[in-house]
Design a protein around this ligand. Structure first.
Ligand code: BEZ
Length: 193
């Protein structure tokens, strides 16, 4: 961790911080958050482009899990997720838990987000980008679906991860076209007509 990150961490533990959640952290944060609200992260979009060798797949047969990538289409809707506030008293412990939970290629990043009242904030976002050891990158929808149907790891099947996420987004009224298209392709593979 470099000096600027160290001072960033000092500020976060002194003042608390906002965490932007876009995937499994939306439904199961398992964190002592104080406040939660819907928020958007403009210019970024969900993609199943990160490999999972430790949860939803295995070494040599990775599953695919979510990350956020820059959205090249400037007219595209922003990624909608949740902001959690982690107050100073729990900030250090929350960072330790998050860092451990999101190992395997995810790193702490900081991005501008807009909360549901239109207030711009800076939030911590765990992202896995190109070049990390577990990165898989883009592939045709049918290949993504085939890999997800085949993968399973210590945390369960890759299809269960995808369907859970899809249910969470639907329950919150936050349907995401990439996730919905993938669910459609996986269902078609599992239940051929
Ligand atoms: C999230 O829900 O924000 C998240 C999901 C997977 C990895 C990292 C973060």
């Amino acid at each position: 961790m470099g000096p600027s990150e160290t001072s960033k961490q000092q500020i976060m533990t002194r003042e608390g911080f906002w965490l932007f959640a876009y995937g499994s952290l939306m439904a199961r944060p398992r964190l002592p958050w104080r406040g939660r609200m819907e928020a958007t992260m403009p210019g970024w979009t969900r993609r199943f482009w990160q490999g999972s060798h430790d949860h939803r797949g295995r070494p040599g047969a990775p599953g695919r899990v979510l990350t956020l990538v820059p959205e090249p289409d400037r007219g595209a809707p922003p990624c909608v997720g949740f902001l959690y506030f982690l107050p100073p008293a729990v900030a250090r412990g929350a960072l330790t838990r998050l860092d451990y939970r999101e190992k395997n290629g995810y790193v702490r990043t900081f991005h501008p987000v807009i909360d549901r009242f239109g207030t711009p904030r800076e939030a911590l976002v765990y992202l896995a980008g190109p070049g990390n050891p577990a990165w898989l990158g883009p592939a045709p929808l049918s290949d993504l679906a085939a890999q997800i149907c085949a993968a399973e790891g210590p945390s369960g099947t890759n299809t269960a991860y995808l369907f859970d996420l899809h249910r969470t987004l639907a329950r919150l009224g936050l349907e995401d076209p990439h996730v919905s298209d993938l669910v459609g392709a996986v269902r078609a593979r599992l239940n051929p007509a």
